[in-house]
Ligand binder design. Structure first.
Ligand SMILES: Cc1cc2nc3c(=O)[nH]c(=O)nc-3n(C[C@H](O)[C@H](O)[C@H](O)COP(=O)(O)OP(=O)(O)OC[C@H]3O[C@@H](n4cnc5c(N)ncnc54)[C@H](O)[C@@H]3O)c2cc1C
Length: 403
């Protein structure tokens, strides 16, 4: 397994290893991204005192490098997702992302409980202008509306007026979604939850310890009654036995200089292969074009490449003429964790019944992590044992029968 790319990489000194510091805590969380912090938030809210161990800075990896879309739904249209994983599971996924949004809004975003530049202008999931893509997305919208989801289908002049683009064939509009500043969100969760987070605390190893877990950490060992490993794409390097669960996939982004504000909401286009939004100050933020170089866009190097960045600029000019030729002032990349079926992988760490892991939120971490954190906190406290999403062949309690 290749080493995780991180400027803080490198083994501890002999002196740090031999230093007899050891802390005893009820709950330890490995990873200070959205999943780890959300879980710690809910544990703290339930009266427990979790300790978060983070190798780098808070939100330093995918959680602080994403596009900031609080978006309901899946990358692929609902009908295709239903074919891939089953209708009940696909519906449960969509409902879970809608519940996540409402939970996050109620708990932290609405009323500015935390300041993370939340712009609740809605989201657009748009199909390219081909008859097949439009028919699939329109049919998916009808199915989801029939299931009670709050969404609208928009096409023609109304869509051109909202987007400023003539290249989109139709779109789902979801009024309660929006965009936010992801680093401010992660820091806001820490403050709102009054969480204890040790940064620069890379966990090297987990061992069992009389019913609990011993975490060997650069900043000193920690003994926890229960632990959560929330390291996303980095799971294989910490727990090699789980290497098959998640693989690292790169996502790239760019930002332009501020332009007159022409685009409201967050825009997720062509099965999420391109996504863009315009911030309140007029900056256009665009990501995607991974399909331009699928074979290259893997691994842990958080480096933008010319090939994908050029494709992003081309896309912007061709699809959104109002932003054509805008000067790019920043480019960056981040590492997503992709699971095998695109759904989060959650389970007990092999050989360590006191430790759970949760990874593989693909491009949907913001859309799922807050409600997933509540679920994981309840599981760590022994309050629930059922799966986060229904397993194959298991219908969620309120789902319609398969048609
Ligand atoms: C370019 C890009 C755009 C995206 N856009 C969106 C979007 O708009 N909306 C959306 O919903 N999702 C988006 N995503 C996906 C989303 O960012 C992720 O799904 C989400 O951040 C995953 O959160 P996490 O907590 O699981 O992982 P991470 O944020 O990766 O956090 C894991 C943490 O674990 C730490 N760690 C790793 N190993 C160790 C160790 N051994 N010891 C201690 N700490 C360790 C890491 O430093 C890291 O901070 C995007 C991702 C990228 C890359």
């Amino acid at each position: 397994m290749s080493a995780v790319a991180n400027e803080l990489e490198g083994p501890p000194s002999l002196w740090l290893r031999r230093h007899p510091r050891r802390r005893d805590v009820p709950f330890a969380i490995v990873g200070g991204g959205l999943v780890g912090l959300s879980t710690a938030y809910w544990l703290k809210k339930a009266g427990a005192a979790p300790l978060v161990l983070e190798a780098g800075p808070i939100g330093g990896r995918a959680s602080g490098r994403n596009a900031g879309f609080l978006l309901t739904g899946s990358a692929e249209p609902f009908r295709r997702l239903a074919q891939q994983i089953g209708r009940d599971r696909a519906l449960a996924f969509w409902r879970m992302t809608a519940e996540n949004r409402e939970l996050l809004r109620k708990e932290l975003l609405d009323g500015d409980r935390i300041d993370c530049d939340f712009l609740p202008e809605g989201s657009w999931i748009a199909a390219l202008d081909t008859p097949e893509s439009v028919a699939e997305l329109r049919g998916s919208t009808e199915d989801l509306k029939a299931e009670g989801l709050d969404l609208q289908w928009v096409e023609g002049e109304a869509l051109a007026a909202a987007s400023g683009s003539r290249r989109l064939g139709g779109a789902i509009f979801q009024p309660r979604d929006g965009g936010l500043h992801p680093v401010k969100l992660t820091q806001g969760i820490v403050e709102a939850g009054d969480l204890e987070v040790l940064t620069g605390a890379r966990v090297r190893e987990l061992d069992s310890d009389t019913g609990g877990v011993l975490l060997r950490c650069d900043s000193g060992d920690v003994r926890a009654e229960r632990a959560l490993v929330a390291v996303n794409a980095y799971l294989p390097s910490l727990i090699p036995r789980l290497a098959a669960e998640v693989r690292p996939v790169r996502g790239q982004m760019l930002a332009t200089k501020p332009l007159p504000r022409a685009l409201k909401g967050v825009w997720y286009i062509d099965d999420g292969f391109q996504y863009l939004r315009q911030l309140a100050d007029g900056t256009v933020v665009l990501g995607g074009c991974r399909d331009e170089a699928v074979e290259e866009e893997v691994g842990y190097a958080e480096r933008p490449t010319q090939r994908v960045q050029k494709a992003l600029e081309r896309f912007l000019g061709e699809f959104f003429p109002a932003f054509s030729g805008a000067s790019v002032v920043h480019r960056w990349a981040g590492t997503m964790g992709f699971s095998q079926d695109g759904l989060p992988c959650i389970g007990e760490v092999p050989g360590l019944s006191a430790a759970l892991y949760a990874a593989g939120l693909t491009g949907h971490g913001l859309s799922l992590s807050f409600i997933l954190g509540r679920y994981l906190a309840q599981r760590l406290m022994g309050e629930i044992s059922e799966p986060f999403l229904p397993a194959v062949g298991q219908a969620p309690p309120d789902s319609a029968p398969d048609r």
